[in-house]
Design a protein around this ligand. Structure first.
Ligand SMILES: [Zn+2]
Length: 337
């Protein structure tokens, strides 16, 4: 049975923020870092940090990435041979609300899982998580790209310009202390207030991955038609993808909710997939969600989510890469022509 979809606009506004056709944004009442465990409660360092890449592998990796992402440039030229998937992970308070269990407990297993499959990903990290442990983000940065998902995971449409600028600048500066360079940003809840591009440029970002969708509907078709990578306001832009002919966001959330039959609707071409690490937590952790999301959003989370994710990667096949590698290689390809 198709899940009931609830679209929660910003309380009190009754309007869809300026985030593109049909884009919606949600705001949780509980703000981060409320409920954050005390630093002393965190006693388990990231034991699964992967071995550092020797300097010499950088060139090899770049060459490999050229081969992987060459099809992206073919797409820009109107071709259709696409094979690489950009895997993006939003690392934020549990269920986007509060708590750091996913950050502390899921990240090591997730990194091990990616290492076993030889996959690199872009992690959009809420920088306040560093106050719990810097080791975890440092460990991610050894093998993956770290980008910003804001400082507090507050919807940007709930902030004025000055506060928005602080979210962008301070999160980037904090993340760069352990994972430089940070060149990408994804807005919490995909909320894109007007002026975001200008503020991102000022804060030093090179690309914006905030074009995306949380809920299903025909508006997701717009994502499918957006060039990837594209550019806007002097920034490079990486939209997330859609599945089932543009009706559902290509996210682990909807792959979980729809079940394995959703694999039949995966997009052709080079998708940008997104997921959250709290989706691998047991369902009882979702009690922090607002009441209208609680009955359906945790479906197939926990252990079943690993299976869905594993099968999705198999179904997508081909290679997986990061936002940064995809952009660098698109640039390289452009210079070659
Ligand atoms: Zn988020």
């Amino acid at each position: 049975m198709r899940p009931r979809i609830v679209c929660d606009l910003l309380p009190g506004t009754g309007t869809v923020p300026e985030t593109g056709p049909g884009r919606t944004s949600i705001r949780m009442d509980d703000t981060f870092p409320k409920g954050f465990p005390d630093k002393q409660n965190y006693s388990e360092p990231c034991r699964d940090r992967q071995a550092s890449d020797p300097q010499g592998t950088a060139l090899k990796r770049a060459l490999r990435a050229v081969i992987i992402t060459r099809p992206w440039f073919r797409q820009l030229l109107g071709g259709t041979t696409i094979s690489a998937t950009v895997l993006t992970v939003d690392l934020e308070p549990d269920w986007g609300v509060r708590g750091t269990r996913a950050y502390r407990e899921v990240t090591p297993r997730f990194l091990r899982f990616l290492e076993e499959r030889g996959i690199r990903a872009t992690f959009f990290v809420v920088s306040d998580l560093l106050e719990v442990s810097e080791d975890i983000v440092a460990g991610i940065a050894e093998s993956h790209e770290v980008a910003s998902h804001g400082k507090t995971h507050t919807s940007l449409t709930a902030l004025d310009g000055a506060a928005m600028g602080r979210e962008l600048r301070e999160s980037r500066a904090r993340l760069q202390e352990v994972a430089a360079p940070v060149i990408g940003f994804r807005s919490p809840f995909f909320a894109r207030p007007s002026g975001l591009g200008r503020l991102l440029r000022r804060a030093g970002y090179l690309y914006d991955a905030s074009l995306g969708s949380v809920y299903p509907g025909p508006q997701n078709g717009w994502l499918e038609r957006s060039p990837c990578p594209g550019s806007e306001d002097g920034l490079l832009r990486i939209p997330t993808s859609a599945m089932w002919r543009g009706m559902f966001p290509l996210s682990l959330t909807w792959l979980r909710l729809l079940g394995l039959r959703s694999l039949g609707g995966l997009p052709n071409g080079a998708p940008v997939l997104y997921l959250h690490l709290h989706e691998f937590l047991p369902p009882e952790t979702a009690g922090c969600l607002p009441w209208h999301l609680r009955p359906w959003l945790p479906r197939n989370c926990g252990e079943p989510a690993w299976d869905v994710f594993d099968r999705t990667l198999d179904a997508l096949g081909g290679e997986f890469t990061t936002c940064r590698d995809m952009l660098e290689l698109t640039q390289l390809e452009a210079e070659e022509v």
